[in-house]
Design a protein around this ligand. Sequence first.
Ligand SMILES: Cc1ncc(COP(=O)(O)O)c(C=O)c1O
Length: 438
Amino acid sequence: MTATEPVDLTVADLHPALGDPALTSMNFLNEVSERYPAAVSLAAGRPYEEFFDLAAVHRHLDTFHRHLTDDLGHSSEQARRLLLQYGRTKGIVHHLIARNLAVDEGITVDPEAVVVTVGCQEAMFLVLRALRAGPEDVLLAVAPTYVGLTGAARLVDLPVWPVAGGPSGVDLADLSAQVRRARAAGLRPRACYVMPDFANPSGVSISAEDRRRLLTLAAEEDLLLLEDNPYGLFHSADGPRPPTLKALDTGRRVVYLGSFAKTVLPGARVGYVVADQRVAGADGRTGPLADQLAMIKSMVTVNTSPIAQAVIGGRLLENGCSLVVANTRERSAYTRNLRHLVTGLRRRFPGTAAVRWTVPAGGFFVVVTVPFPVDDALLDRSARDYGVLWTPMAHFYDDTAPVCALRLSVSAVTPQQIDVGLDRLAALITDEVARRAG
Ligand SMILES: Cc1ncc(COP(=O)(O)O)c(C=O)c1O
């Protein structure tokens, strides 16, 4: 080979995760929507853009800056440094996150157990990286599950063992059975990943009673629970929300994963993890798991942009640290859309047992079951010929078995767009049933 000859690599020479469908899933879905920009998208789980406000971002930044000087007593030079310089690995809004969890969720955490991350995605990666100590380690996850979790697990060589979700959100008997099966195979289940509130993609929530049972089971089986909660604030019904697992967690069983993507701004890319599990370090000193995660973070993203954190911090401060208060408009828009979608499905598929859908109590997602397998080729045809996008549920399962279901999202559309999208989806389903029958 000469010095000027270009080097060609093959994916086979790179990390095995790079050839894996879990990693290509998000890009594929983005590509389809870019290819068909005129299609109505019931696919994207993005928050509603009408509420984005650039002026508010500047104000949040100022609010947080004032907090640093007026409340925390920093000089303006120190405050400027905190916002613009490299900074604390665990973040600079950890105290506000702890306050938010107390105000909105009744969760009491030491701010030192919080690591502010580059989105919840980084939080998942840090936790999985830390938990994967050896080749015998596996992660349990309720299926169907969030593809970002599966992809992160792939990157750290941690196999994901599916646990049945079912209508109750987690099948506790199956969870016990899977733990035993894994152990009998010489493996070590480290944790079970769950989304107790309006899960992505199923939309299902776990009942308060099952949350308690899940915690008891985790203690009996000596498992950690990874609780991911990006949608919990968007409940449709009035009245109290069920407590988070972390609020019920008296034994430090729960690692809590948070995201501000849906409750503040996805573009800020800020999330966090609460990891209060005690870890005895190599030096004999004990500290929270958060400290170990911070060590990993220092080698991945160094620290989360303090400017982005300040935007989140300002929004929290302007709302008494309550994201429930901050998201009043958002919650009512998502609730309206969810009801509109479910009513629209009922109208378009009256009395058809072959087409069924979930009726979630909140969140962004509805799953529609149809009498034929739903794959990427059908999605492409739906976008091209019918002008509507959705997500094949197969993307959320970690195997290649055909899945007769698709996910609809209500978060980034208007009721009018929902109507158009559902008309187009109904036409696709009718044609597809007829095509297969004929
Ligand atoms: C269940 C779940 N967890 C995590 C994330 C990622 O959150 P973030 O944007 O904060 O990285 C998402 C995003 O859609 C999600 O649905």
